[in-house]
Design a protein around this ligand. Structure first.
Ligand SMILES: O=C(O)CCC(=O)C(=O)O
Ligand SMILES: [Fe+2]
Length: 205
């Protein structure tokens, strides 16, 4: 993973690029996943070559656990946080249209906390410890009712987060876009690993 250059993203974070498929636009952010325009709800599959080869073993390892037996990620987003840049991510929901129930993050290099909060309960925060080398599954109310964030103060030293996302029901069997979903899953599983540009993991504040 470290052989790949990092590019600037928002709030002092950096993202990883394996290959530029698209021109960089307003935000420097890259992921391994289908290029999506969340506002218009349109997907482009032409640019998507699957998850990167280096995460194949990790995905297989996850699928050997009870909770993730049926977890089929179609996107990986690598984020780098460092205290010097004041890296953080503001409270947000990950997109509901494209991404499914489970957000799976592998927390690497240093300990941190995921901070959960709700707009209708100002001042209430739940701090979920994420030790180095731990994996967190954000699902259920933590996914749909609580926003999640990483606070500046909770980045003590360099941290890398690898977030894997699965598809929403709309793109799964029986859903209106199941054909597109099947194509995405088949492509993801090739592990050919070319990063795609754009604002893929668009978040809702
Ligand atoms: O860094 C993390 O653990 C969370 C990242 C995140 O919430 C996101 O990319 O949507
Ligand atoms: Fe998120």
């Amino acid at each position: 993973m470290e052989a790949t250059p990092w590019v600037n993203s928002q709030s002092g974070r950096r993202k990883q690029v394996v290959a530029f498929v698209f021109t960089i636009k307003e935000e420097l952010s890259f992921d391994y996943g289908p290029k999506a325009n969340f506002k218009k709800k349109k997907l482009k599959l032409g640019c998507f070559n699957g998850l990167p080869a280096f995460c194949k073993t990790l995905v297989e390892r996850m699928q050997r656990t009870e909770q993730l037996r049926d977890f089929v990620p179609v996107e990986l987003c690598d984020l780098e946080y460092v205290p010097d840049r004041g890296s953080a991510i503001d409270p947000h929901f990950d997109d509901f249209w494209l991404w499914g129930e489970r957000l799976v993050t592998l927390n690497l290099l240093s300990d941190t906390y995921l901070t959960l909060s709700k707009d209708d309960q100002p001042g209430v925060e739940v701090l979920v410890p994420m030790p180095r080398k731990s994996l967190i599954i954000v699902s259920g109310p933590a996914r749909f009712q609580w926003k999640h964030a990483i606070k500046r103060d909770h980045i003590q030293s360099r941290r890398i987060a690898m977030t894997f996302r699965e598809l929403a029901p709309e793109f799964l069997e029986g859903g209106p876009q199941e054909d597109t979903g099947r194509k995405m899953i088949d492509l993801a599983k090739t592990f050919r690993g070319v990063a795609v540009g754009g604002q893929l993991s668009l978040i809702q504040s």
